[in-house]
Design a protein around this ligand. Sequence first.
Ligand SMILES: [Mg+2]
Length: 264
Amino acid sequence: MDSCSMSVRASPFDCLIFDLDDTLYPTNTGIGEALKKNIDLFLIEKFGFPENKASSLRVELFKKYGSSLAGLRALGHDISAEEYHGFVHGRLPYDLIKPDIQLRNLLLSIKQRKIIFTNSDLIHAMKVLDRLGVKDCFEQIICFETMNPNLPNSTRPDEFPVLLKPSLDAMKIALDAANVDPCRSLFLDDNARNIAAGKAMGLHTVLVGKTVKTEGADYALEVVNNLAQVIPEIWLGGMDGGDQRITRTKSELEAVLTTAAVGA
Ligand SMILES: [Mg+2]
């Protein structure tokens, strides 16, 4: 196939669904570490767990229930999501996240729908997107509140189990809220279990932050800013099928590739 026939092929994707934390910004910002510390502090201060046991409990709750909040509620502790998120996210050092112009240009060059799908609460998502300077690049934020609309009305902790990725129920709620066709959507996440769940839902999947694909991953991407190099077909064709659109899209792709090369 020559480059000409490549350029008139339509993109296989109508929509890109991005995880937020450790996907749109790298793990080494210090936010993830601060979050773990805050969760440990929450377990120590609110529940009196011994300091030397808090970290291992956090890891266990995350593995089994998806988050400490989900785990604590499943175990019968009546903690409100607001209280938990206020404690563990409210005091994060958000100034560690810097504006990412390269990411912004990349996102702006993608003409398809772009959606955030995060287990975090809406306030956290808005703060992070604002710090990165990409809030206006997304048409929708699917977050903790989207997957758990009834939680504020619960009268007992086991009434509405907390739903989060990678639960397939959570994935279903998100895909319904986004109103997307999974076969035409690209899902990017740094968590291998979320990627496997995405694949089970029929999504095309990109494992971010790794060089080796895990089960269910169609692509692996070390950093999100390498998207154009690894999945150039996102920019294929034009949604209106017109020649003008194809030319514009192609030159935008070249611009993104050039920026990426300079930034590398
Ligand atoms: Mg993540």
